[in-house]
Design a protein around this ligand. Structure first.
Ligand SMILES: Cc1cc2nc3c(=O)[nH]c(=O)nc-3n(C[C@H](O)[C@H](O)[C@H](O)COP(=O)(O)OP(=O)(O)OC[C@H]3O[C@@H](n4cnc5c(N)ncnc54)[C@H](O)[C@@H]3O)c2cc1C
Length: 356
């Protein structure tokens, strides 16, 4: 059976890697970009290269439902698959297992106490730290009244991950065509800049590029900016969880390096993405400095932006059959790194139940 996957961000790459484990499939992945997703750019036309890779499962406020199940499945997948991929490819994938610490600036903890109870029943550890505990653990933090610590949540480097997924899939027989843009589709026949691709089954995981290929699907870009900073000395001499306050993440990269971000910038009323706006970013940095004052001495190493694929008027992500044997796996918006594994599992189920 011939399968074509359109788009090779983290979603397409995870699907390719998972399908590569099923015997008898002939898989081709096409992507418009001339190379796989790269590190250290300042502009990303898409999402994956720009992502911070924060994986918010137990700490998300969702108590139950599909989105929570997908989040938790994502974390479980990375716990198991990162060692598997590293062994298969010989690549290293930075994966922070120290959890996520969410700072709370108001006294009201009602919602969190309830969530701790819910998570206890789900066997997911969640702790509420008072100010004394917070000061003891991380004295460099200021202003927060309390914090919620989720040991089971994670952070992963999205570029290293995606490159390893591609490499792993290649080793298991998947064919990748970079620099090949999909222009149109008729049934399972795909028209690309390099010719026609015939397949039995098509998966469209082209992020914001989806709407260009499938006019009926409305996926819009939401700009995000983030920054890599270096401090004169590390915030702490112990490994740090991701620290989140006021919707800003501080991601420790080792030594004295950190990512700070990310902004969430919607298109204007005409649906146009506004150009990256330095002042939006400065506001995010300022919010981070308020709870982590040492950041005011940070040297800026790199700032960048990317475009998140947000489905218009419906929840993310969009996983559905457009027509028989043409499947959408797109619109992952703010959590595509976290949700990619559960998406890949759904795609796998659909392919396994494929009938001609
Ligand atoms: C600043 C920022 C921070 C983020 N932080 C997080 C985070 O902490 N945690 C998290 O889980 N998520 C985060 N995200 C969201 C996450 O990056 C996205 O949800 C995810 O990367 C979407 O992956 P994707 O593969 O669907 O899309 P993309 O990465 O956009 O990939 C789509 C691919 O399709 C290709 N394509 C498009 N059109 C065509 C075409 N016509 N023909 C062929 N190929 C095509 C593109 O070239 C691209 O490679 C963040 C995003 C941003 C911008």
């Amino acid at each position: 059976m011939k399968i074509t996957i359109v788009g090779c961000g983290v979603v397409g790459a995870t699907i390719a890697y998972e399908l590569s484990k099923i015997p008898g499939l002939e898989i081709t992945v096409v992507d418009a970009q001339s190379t796989p997703v790269q590190a250290d750019l300042t502009e990303y036309p898409n999402a994956t290269g720009a992502a911070l890779g924060v994986l918010m499962g137990a700490i998300s406020k969702k108590e139950k439902g599909r989105n929570l199940r997908m989040r938790l499945a994502g974390i479980q997948y990375y716990n198991e698959t990162v060692p598997e991929l590293e062994a298969l490819t010989g690549r290293s994938i930075p994966f922070n297992r120290e959890g996520i610490l969410m700072l709370e600036f108001s006294e009201s903890l009602e919602v969190w106490h309830r969530l701790v109870e819910v998570r206890q029943k789900q066997d997911l550890p969640l702790e509420i730290w008072d100010q004394e505990r917070l000061q003891f653990e991380f004295p460099f933090l200021d202003r927060a009244v309390t914090a919620i610590y989720s040991k089971s949540d994670r952070q992963i480097n999205p570029v290293a991950l995606t490159q390893a997924l591609i490499e792993g899939a290649k080793l298991q027989g998947v064919n990748f065509q970079f620099g090949n843009k999909v222009i149109g589709r008729k049934g399972q026949q795909i028209q690309t800049s390099q010719g026609i691709l015939e397949s039995d089954y098509v998966v469209i995981s082209a992020g914001i590029g989806t709407s260009e290929i499938e006019k009926a699907v409305d996926i819009r870009p939401v700009l995000g900016q983030a920054i890599h900073v270096r401090l004169p000395k590390p915030l702490s001499d112990k490994p740090l969880p991701v620290i989140t306050g006021d919707d800003v993440h501080i991601v420790s990269l080792g030594n004295s390096d950190y990512w700070v971000g990310a902004t969430v910038e919607f298109p204007n009323e005409a649906g146009e993405v506004l150009p990256p706006n330095r002042s939006m970013f400065d506001q995010v940095m300022q919010r981070a400095i308020e709870f982590c004052p040492d950041l005011k001495d940070a040297e800026i190493i790199r700032s960048w932006f990317g475009l998140r694929p947000r489905p218009q008027g419906r929840p993310a992500p969009v996983i559905e059959e457009l027509e028989p044997n043409v499947l959408l796996a797109t619109g992952h918006y703010r959590n595509g790194v976290l949700l990619a594994p559960a998406t890949a599992a759904e795609v796998r189920e659909k392919i396994l139940s494929y009938r001609t």
